[in-house]
Design a protein around this ligand. Structure first.
Ligand code: KG4
Ligand code: ZN
Length: 341
């Protein structure tokens, strides 16, 4: 007997993107609508939570309508609604969650709360239909840096996490110091291509020998000190060299720890996830390191690395087929832990 297709409406509003998507059978994206507020927050040099919430309220109906329309389906034809309920900005999360609950109640559809990081990781299932657990995932975004062993769908073991700034946060802060504006990641990525990664010897922070944790605040301070020192001596800085040297220090540590963890667990697949996974230097260095140890590397297209609804629809699908359902008492949890419900 032919299996019925499962259609999930995925909704994401945890930070500065209002996004919705229709995903078929967890792997096929029928629509992926993203309304980014980046231009607005750029005016303030970072995300302003109150403004983010207000914009989500303004955009969410349109984004969901558009996602359904582009997918050519009605809400009635959707099997379940997946929505990010944490972690993130609480006011921003609440907008997507309230909308998802209202739609689930009105249309009589199951509701599935999704962890934002689980969404990022699941973005790897979309373009590579043969990609299945187990694998080692490096999740690097504006709010998170996690090294996660994914033994099966929905089964996560966090081996390491940042002890201070997230990788993307470090990119954004360093970009501000060298006058590149928000969001810093893509700007540093582009500038670094024209700079010398060996120009300035910024520290590589490995922490204890056996630790998979990360720390980026020392590196951020080192960049700040370097820029201040140059200013005090009346020496100009070369932003491209600072960008390239900073990026080299971040990428070296991220690659080293991910490869070490993959070897230790004996996994043959590595996946990148989160906004920083669209970084070209990280992609290239990780691919080279994977080739050396005979590992395959999965990296979503840049549009699926930064926040989007498709990754939430995809994660919700795997929860759905395992029977996970939430009720209308589901609340936003800004500090939700991965693997916790
Ligand atoms: O995953 P994401 O969209 O939002 C969070 O969940 O945080 O990640 C946004 C982060 C920002 O810090 C941004 O600067 C960074 O991802 N980012 C990049 C690149 N594109 C986005 N960092 C480095 N290189 C990039 N090409
Ligand atoms: Zn994110």
């Amino acid at each position: 007997m032919e299996q019925k297709d499962i259609l999930i409406l995925g909704i994401e509003s945890s930070c500065d993107e209002t996004a919705a998507s229709v995903v078929k059978n967890g792997r096929e994206v029928l629509s992926n609508i993203i309304s980014s507020q980046i231009a607005l927050h750029t005016l303030y040099g970072g995300v302003v939570p109150e403004i983010a919430s207000r914009k989500h309220v303004e955009n969410i109906d349109y984004v969901i309508d558009e996602a359904l329309q582009q997918a050519g389906v009605t809400l009635d034809e959707i099997d379940a609604i997946g929505v990010t309920y944490g972690p993130g900005l609480v006011g921003a999360l609440l907008v997507g969650l309230a909308e998802a609950k209202a739609l689930a109640f009105a249309a009589g559809k199951p509701l599935i709360g999704v962890h934002h990081i689980e969404g990022h990781i699941s973005a790897n299932y979309i373009e590579n239909k043969d990609f299945v657990p187990p694998y080692m995932a490096l999740v690097v975004s504006g709010g998170h840096s996690h090294l996660v062993y994914v033994s099966d769908y929905g089964k996560y073991e966090i081996l390491g996490r940042t002890r201070d700034d997230a990788a993307g946060e470090a990119y954004d802060k360093v970009a501000r110091v060298i006058g590149m504006g928000y969001p810093g990641g893509p700007k540093i990525d582009a500038a670094a291509k024209k700079g010398n990664p060996k120009a300035i010897a910024f520290p590589r922070v490995y922490l204890e020998e056996d630790s998979y944790d990360f720390s980026f605040s020392g590196l951020k301070s080192a960049v700040l000190n370097y820029v201040n020192k140059q200013n005090m001596m009346g020496q100009p800085i070369v932003p491209e060299d600072v960008a390239a040297s900073f990026q080299a220090a971040v990428v070296e540590v991220l690659v080293h720890k991910t490869i070490k963890a993959a070897k230790e667990r004996g996994v043959k697949q590595i996946a990148l996830a989160g906004g920083v996974a669209s970084n070209s230097a990280l992609r290239t260095a990780m691919k080279e390191a994977c080739d050396k140890i005979g590992c395959t590397l999965s990296v979503p297209s840049p549009i699926l690395c930064t926040d989007n609804g498709a990754m939430i629809g995809c994660a919700a699908y795997y929860e759905y087929i395992q029977g996970v359902r939430d009720d209308l008492s589901l609340n936003a949890n800004p500090n939700l832990k991965l693997g916790e419900r």
